[in-house]
Design a protein around this ligand. Structure first.
Ligand code: CP
Length: 321
Protein backbone atom coordinates (compact mmCIF):
# COMPACT_ATOMS: atom_id res chain seq x y z
CA UNK A 1 0.00 0.00 0.00
CA UNK A 2 1.56 3.36 -0.97
CA UNK A 3 -1.31 5.62 0.16
CA UNK A 4 -4.57 5.37 2.09
CA UNK A 5 -7.29 7.65 0.85
CA UNK A 6 -10.33 5.47 0.05
CA UNK A 7 -11.63 1.92 -0.12
CA UNK A 8 -9.97 1.67 -3.55
CA UNK A 9 -6.60 1.44 -1.76
CA UNK A 10 -7.59 -1.91 -0.23
CA UNK A 11 -7.74 -5.04 -2.41
CA UNK A 12 -9.76 -7.32 -0.09
CA UNK A 13 -11.82 -6.07 2.87
CA UNK A 14 -12.05 -9.44 4.60
CA UNK A 15 -8.26 -9.79 4.60
CA UNK A 16 -7.50 -6.33 5.96
CA UNK A 17 -10.07 -6.76 8.75
CA UNK A 18 -8.57 -10.14 9.70
CA UNK A 19 -5.05 -8.67 9.74
CA UNK A 20 -6.22 -5.72 11.86
CA UNK A 21 -7.76 -8.15 14.37
CA UNK A 22 -4.46 -10.09 14.45
CA UNK A 23 -2.72 -6.83 15.41
CA UNK A 24 -5.35 -6.26 18.09
CA UNK A 25 -4.54 -9.71 19.52
CA UNK A 26 -0.78 -9.07 19.31
CA UNK A 27 -0.10 -5.30 19.13
CA UNK A 28 3.70 -5.50 19.38
CA UNK A 29 4.30 -8.30 16.85
CA UNK A 30 5.92 -5.77 14.47
CA UNK A 31 7.39 -3.36 17.02
CA UNK A 32 10.61 -2.77 15.06
CA UNK A 33 9.06 -2.40 11.57
CA UNK A 34 9.03 1.40 11.87
CA UNK A 35 12.41 1.78 13.60
CA UNK A 36 14.30 4.89 12.40
CA UNK A 37 11.27 6.00 10.39
CA UNK A 38 9.09 9.04 11.11
CA UNK A 39 5.37 9.60 10.76
CA UNK A 40 4.17 13.21 10.55
CA UNK A 41 0.55 13.93 11.46
CA UNK A 42 -0.67 17.24 10.05
CA UNK A 43 -3.95 18.66 11.28
CA UNK A 44 -5.71 21.56 9.63
CA UNK A 45 -8.77 20.84 11.82
CA UNK A 46 -9.44 19.52 15.36
CA UNK A 47 -9.24 15.84 16.35
CA UNK A 48 -9.23 13.64 19.44
CA UNK A 49 -9.56 10.02 18.26
CA UNK A 50 -7.66 10.22 14.98
CA UNK A 51 -4.73 12.05 16.54
CA UNK A 52 -4.33 9.75 19.58
CA UNK A 53 -5.16 6.40 17.96
CA UNK A 54 -2.79 7.00 15.03
CA UNK A 55 0.02 8.01 17.40
CA UNK A 56 -0.58 4.87 19.47
CA UNK A 57 -0.65 2.67 16.36
CA UNK A 58 2.60 4.22 15.11
CA UNK A 59 4.29 3.72 18.49
CA UNK A 60 3.25 0.05 18.47
CA UNK A 61 5.15 -0.29 15.17
CA UNK A 62 8.28 1.48 16.46
CA UNK A 63 7.71 4.67 14.42
CA UNK A 64 8.69 8.11 15.69
CA UNK A 65 5.76 10.52 15.47
CA UNK A 66 5.64 14.29 14.97
CA UNK A 67 2.34 16.18 15.17
CA UNK A 68 1.83 19.53 13.45
CA UNK A 69 -1.31 21.50 14.26
CA UNK A 70 -1.21 23.67 11.15
CA UNK A 71 -4.44 25.42 12.08
CA UNK A 72 -2.94 26.71 15.36
CA UNK A 73 0.84 26.51 15.11
CA UNK A 74 1.64 26.69 11.39
CA UNK A 75 2.01 29.62 9.04
CA UNK A 76 -1.24 30.60 7.29
CA UNK A 77 -1.31 28.26 4.30
CA UNK A 78 -1.93 29.29 0.69
CA UNK A 79 -3.34 26.53 -1.51
CA UNK A 80 -4.21 28.46 -4.68
CA UNK A 81 -1.83 28.54 -7.61
CA UNK A 82 -0.98 31.55 -9.71
CA UNK A 83 -1.73 34.27 -7.18
CA UNK A 84 0.45 36.99 -5.70
CA UNK A 85 0.70 36.23 -1.98
CA UNK A 86 0.20 39.78 -0.79
CA UNK A 87 -2.69 38.94 1.57
CA UNK A 88 -2.91 37.05 4.84
CA UNK A 89 -1.42 33.71 3.74
CA UNK A 90 2.28 33.27 4.51
CA UNK A 91 3.40 29.90 3.14
CA UNK A 92 2.35 28.03 0.00
CA UNK A 93 1.37 24.37 0.20
CA UNK A 94 4.04 23.66 -2.45
CA UNK A 95 6.84 24.52 -0.01
CA UNK A 96 5.07 23.46 3.21
CA UNK A 97 4.24 19.96 1.94
CA UNK A 98 7.66 19.49 0.33
CA UNK A 99 9.45 20.46 3.55
CA UNK A 100 7.31 18.10 5.65
CA UNK A 101 8.12 15.33 3.15
CA UNK A 102 11.83 15.96 3.81
CA UNK A 103 11.34 15.31 7.54
CA UNK A 104 8.95 12.36 7.36
CA UNK A 105 8.76 8.91 5.72
CA UNK A 106 4.93 8.88 5.92
CA UNK A 107 2.54 11.81 6.34
CA UNK A 108 -1.04 11.90 7.59
CA UNK A 109 -3.29 14.84 6.75
CA UNK A 110 -6.64 16.00 8.10
CA UNK A 111 -8.44 18.67 6.13
CA UNK A 112 -12.18 19.36 6.32
CA UNK A 113 -14.24 20.67 3.36
CA UNK A 114 -15.15 24.30 2.91
CA UNK A 115 -18.85 23.29 2.50
CA UNK A 116 -19.12 26.35 0.22
CA UNK A 117 -17.34 25.20 -2.96
CA UNK A 118 -18.58 21.72 -3.84
CA UNK A 119 -16.41 21.36 -6.89
CA UNK A 120 -13.18 22.16 -5.06
CA UNK A 121 -14.16 19.98 -2.08
CA UNK A 122 -15.20 16.98 -4.20
CA UNK A 123 -12.09 17.33 -6.42
CA UNK A 124 -10.07 17.07 -3.18
CA UNK A 125 -7.96 20.00 -4.40
CA UNK A 126 -6.06 20.57 -1.15
CA UNK A 127 -5.46 16.88 -0.43
CA UNK A 128 -4.24 16.16 -3.94
CA UNK A 129 -1.84 19.11 -3.81
CA UNK A 130 -0.45 17.85 -0.51
CA UNK A 131 0.09 14.37 -2.00
CA UNK A 132 1.69 15.86 -5.10
CA UNK A 133 4.16 18.13 -3.32
CA UNK A 134 5.13 16.11 -0.20
CA UNK A 135 6.61 13.20 -2.19
CA UNK A 136 6.01 10.49 0.49
CA UNK A 137 3.09 8.11 1.15
CA UNK A 138 0.06 9.93 2.60
CA UNK A 139 -2.62 8.57 4.94
CA UNK A 140 -5.94 10.40 5.03
CA UNK A 141 -6.84 11.40 8.58
CA UNK A 142 -10.13 12.65 7.03
CA UNK A 143 -10.38 14.65 3.84
CA UNK A 144 -13.11 16.81 2.34
CA UNK A 145 -15.07 13.79 1.08
CA UNK A 146 -13.89 10.72 3.02
CA UNK A 147 -12.74 9.38 6.41
CA UNK A 148 -11.27 5.98 5.50
CA UNK A 149 -9.58 5.17 8.85
CA UNK A 150 -12.99 5.62 10.48
CA UNK A 151 -14.71 3.41 7.90
CA UNK A 152 -12.13 0.63 8.21
CA UNK A 153 -12.60 0.84 11.98
CA UNK A 154 -16.34 0.55 11.52
CA UNK A 155 -15.99 -2.58 9.40
CA UNK A 156 -13.63 -4.10 11.98
CA UNK A 157 -16.17 -3.33 14.73
CA UNK A 158 -19.10 -4.78 12.76
CA UNK A 159 -17.07 -7.94 12.03
CA UNK A 160 -16.24 -8.37 15.72
CA UNK A 161 -19.81 -7.92 16.93
CA UNK A 162 -21.93 -9.52 14.20
CA UNK A 163 -24.20 -12.42 15.22
CA UNK A 164 -25.13 -13.48 11.68
CA UNK A 165 -22.93 -14.09 8.65
CA UNK A 166 -24.52 -11.24 6.70
CA UNK A 167 -25.86 -8.59 9.13
CA UNK A 168 -28.20 -5.77 8.11
CA UNK A 169 -26.30 -2.49 8.50
CA UNK A 170 -28.20 0.81 8.42
CA UNK A 171 -26.64 4.26 8.02
CA UNK A 172 -29.19 6.59 9.66
CA UNK A 173 -29.16 10.37 9.34
CA UNK A 174 -29.51 12.25 12.66
CA UNK A 175 -30.26 15.86 13.61
CA UNK A 176 -27.57 18.44 14.44
CA UNK A 177 -27.33 22.17 15.09
CA UNK A 178 -24.52 22.78 12.59
CA UNK A 179 -23.83 22.01 8.94
CA UNK A 180 -21.49 18.99 9.04
CA UNK A 181 -19.40 17.51 6.20
CA UNK A 182 -20.50 14.44 4.25
CA UNK A 183 -17.07 12.80 4.67
CA UNK A 184 -17.99 10.22 7.34
CA UNK A 185 -21.28 9.09 5.73
CA UNK A 186 -19.76 9.14 2.22
CA UNK A 187 -16.90 7.00 3.39
CA UNK A 188 -19.08 4.65 5.46
CA UNK A 189 -21.38 4.23 2.43
CA UNK A 190 -18.42 3.59 0.12
CA UNK A 191 -16.91 0.94 2.42
CA UNK A 192 -20.22 -0.73 3.27
CA UNK A 193 -21.24 -0.82 -0.41
CA UNK A 194 -17.98 -2.61 -1.14
CA UNK A 195 -18.54 -4.94 1.85
CA UNK A 196 -22.00 -5.69 0.44
CA UNK A 197 -20.46 -6.49 -2.96
CA UNK A 198 -18.08 -8.88 -1.22
CA UNK A 199 -21.09 -10.59 0.46
CA UNK A 200 -20.19 -9.44 3.98
CA UNK A 201 -23.30 -7.34 4.86
CA UNK A 202 -26.66 -6.00 3.63
CA UNK A 203 -26.57 -2.21 3.47
CA UNK A 204 -29.35 0.40 3.80
CA UNK A 205 -29.16 4.20 4.01
CA UNK A 206 -32.03 6.12 5.65
CA UNK A 207 -32.31 9.90 5.55
CA UNK A 208 -34.93 12.64 5.15
CA UNK A 209 -35.59 14.01 1.65
CA UNK A 210 -32.91 16.50 0.61
CA UNK A 211 -30.04 14.67 2.30
CA UNK A 212 -29.09 12.37 -0.61
CA UNK A 213 -25.38 11.59 -0.66
CA UNK A 214 -23.39 11.78 -3.91
CA UNK A 215 -24.17 8.70 -6.00
CA UNK A 216 -20.50 7.78 -6.41
CA UNK A 217 -20.49 6.62 -2.75
CA UNK A 218 -23.78 4.74 -2.53
CA UNK A 219 -23.66 2.24 -5.39
CA UNK A 220 -25.73 -0.86 -4.55
CA UNK A 221 -27.11 0.49 -1.26
CA UNK A 222 -30.84 0.36 -0.52
CA UNK A 223 -31.76 4.04 0.04
CA UNK A 224 -34.99 5.09 1.76
CA UNK A 225 -36.70 8.03 3.47
CA UNK A 226 -38.72 5.57 5.58
CA UNK A 227 -36.72 5.46 8.79
CA UNK A 228 -38.94 2.89 10.52
CA UNK A 229 -38.76 0.48 7.58
CA UNK A 230 -34.98 0.84 7.47
CA UNK A 231 -34.63 0.09 11.18
CA UNK A 232 -36.79 -3.03 11.01
CA UNK A 233 -34.58 -6.09 11.64
CA UNK A 234 -31.40 -3.99 11.59
CA UNK A 235 -28.38 -5.59 13.28
CA UNK A 236 -26.28 -2.42 13.30
CA UNK A 237 -27.44 1.20 13.19
CA UNK A 238 -24.76 3.77 12.32
CA UNK A 239 -25.99 7.18 13.41
CA UNK A 240 -24.56 10.30 11.76
CA UNK A 241 -25.59 13.79 10.76
CA UNK A 242 -24.59 15.34 7.46
CA UNK A 243 -25.49 18.48 5.54
CA UNK A 244 -26.99 18.47 2.05
CA UNK A 245 -24.83 17.47 -0.91
CA UNK A 246 -27.32 18.76 -3.50
CA UNK A 247 -27.83 22.20 -1.94
CA UNK A 248 -24.24 22.05 -0.89
CA UNK A 249 -23.64 22.51 2.85
CA UNK A 250 -27.24 23.53 3.55
CA UNK A 251 -29.33 22.28 6.47
CA UNK A 252 -33.03 21.68 5.80
CA UNK A 253 -35.67 21.73 8.54
CA UNK A 254 -36.90 18.16 9.23
CA UNK A 255 -40.31 17.79 10.87
CA UNK A 256 -39.95 14.16 12.06
CA UNK A 257 -37.62 13.55 15.03
CA UNK A 258 -34.75 11.46 13.62
CA UNK A 259 -32.88 11.08 16.92
CA UNK A 260 -32.19 7.40 17.62
CA UNK A 261 -33.58 6.32 21.01
CA UNK A 262 -34.79 3.19 22.82
CA UNK A 263 -38.27 3.37 21.22
CA UNK A 264 -36.66 3.20 17.76
CA UNK A 265 -34.32 0.46 18.95
CA UNK A 266 -37.38 -1.77 19.54
CA UNK A 267 -37.90 -1.93 15.77
CA UNK A 268 -34.46 -3.47 15.26
CA UNK A 269 -32.97 -6.90 15.80
CA UNK A 270 -31.58 -5.68 19.16
CA UNK A 271 -29.20 -3.62 17.02
CA UNK A 272 -25.81 -2.44 18.10
CA UNK A 273 -25.61 1.34 17.73
CA UNK A 274 -22.52 3.04 16.33
CA UNK A 275 -21.30 6.63 15.94
CA UNK A 276 -17.85 7.89 14.94
CA UNK A 277 -17.81 10.49 17.77
CA UNK A 278 -17.83 13.26 18.82
CA UNK A 279 -21.59 12.93 19.40
CA UNK A 280 -24.10 15.50 20.63
CA UNK A 281 -26.01 13.70 23.38
CA UNK A 282 -29.81 13.80 23.18
CA UNK A 283 -29.63 15.61 19.86
CA UNK A 284 -28.08 13.02 17.51
CA UNK A 285 -28.34 10.03 19.81
CA UNK A 286 -30.13 9.55 23.15
CA UNK A 287 -28.17 9.26 26.39
CA UNK A 288 -30.13 6.10 27.19
CA UNK A 289 -28.63 4.43 24.12
CA UNK A 290 -25.12 5.87 24.62
CA UNK A 291 -25.07 4.67 28.24
CA UNK A 292 -26.84 1.39 27.53
CA UNK A 293 -25.81 -2.12 26.45
CA UNK A 294 -26.45 -1.59 22.73
CA UNK A 295 -23.91 1.19 22.28
CA UNK A 296 -20.63 0.28 20.56
CA UNK A 297 -19.25 3.81 20.43
CA UNK A 298 -16.36 3.31 22.88
CA UNK A 299 -15.37 -0.08 21.45
CA UNK A 300 -15.54 1.50 18.00
CA UNK A 301 -13.26 4.38 19.06
CA UNK A 302 -10.88 1.86 20.62
CA UNK A 303 -10.65 0.00 17.32
CA UNK A 304 -9.32 3.14 15.63
CA UNK A 305 -5.86 1.99 16.79
CA UNK A 306 -6.01 -1.28 14.83
CA UNK A 307 -7.28 0.36 11.66
CA UNK A 308 -4.42 2.87 11.79
CA UNK A 309 -1.89 0.17 12.68
CA UNK A 310 -2.73 -2.16 9.77
CA UNK A 311 -2.60 0.78 7.34
CA UNK A 312 0.77 2.02 8.66
CA UNK A 313 2.10 -1.56 8.67
CA UNK A 314 1.17 -2.04 5.01
CA UNK A 315 2.76 1.28 4.03
CA UNK A 316 5.95 0.46 5.96
CA UNK A 317 6.10 -2.93 4.20
CA UNK A 318 5.75 -1.10 0.87
CA UNK A 319 8.59 1.29 1.82
CA UNK A 320 10.90 -1.58 2.77
CA UNK A 321 10.49 -3.37 -0.60
N1 CP B 1 -14.13 10.08 14.72
C1 CP B 1 -13.09 10.94 14.62
O1 CP B 1 -12.42 11.05 13.59
O2 CP B 1 -12.82 11.60 15.77
P1 CP B 1 -11.85 12.88 15.84
O3 CP B 1 -12.44 13.92 14.93
O4 CP B 1 -11.86 13.28 17.30
O5 CP B 1 -10.50 12.46 15.36
Amino acid sequence: MNKFFSVADVDNLDNIVKEALELKANPFAHETLGKHKTLGLVFLNPSLRTRLSTQKAATNLGLSVMVMNMDKDGWALETRDGIVMNGTTVEHIREAAAVMGEYCDILGLRSFPSLTDREADYNEDLFNKFIKYCGVPVVSLESATRHPLQSLTDLITITEHKKTTKPKVVLAWAPHVKALPQAVPNSFAEWMSQAQKEGLIDFTIAHPAGYELAEEFTSGAHITHDWNAALTSADFVYVKNWSSYKEYGQVYPVSENWMMDNEKLKLTNDAKVMHCLPVRRDLELSSEILDGPNSLVIKEASNRVWAAQIVLKRILEHLSK
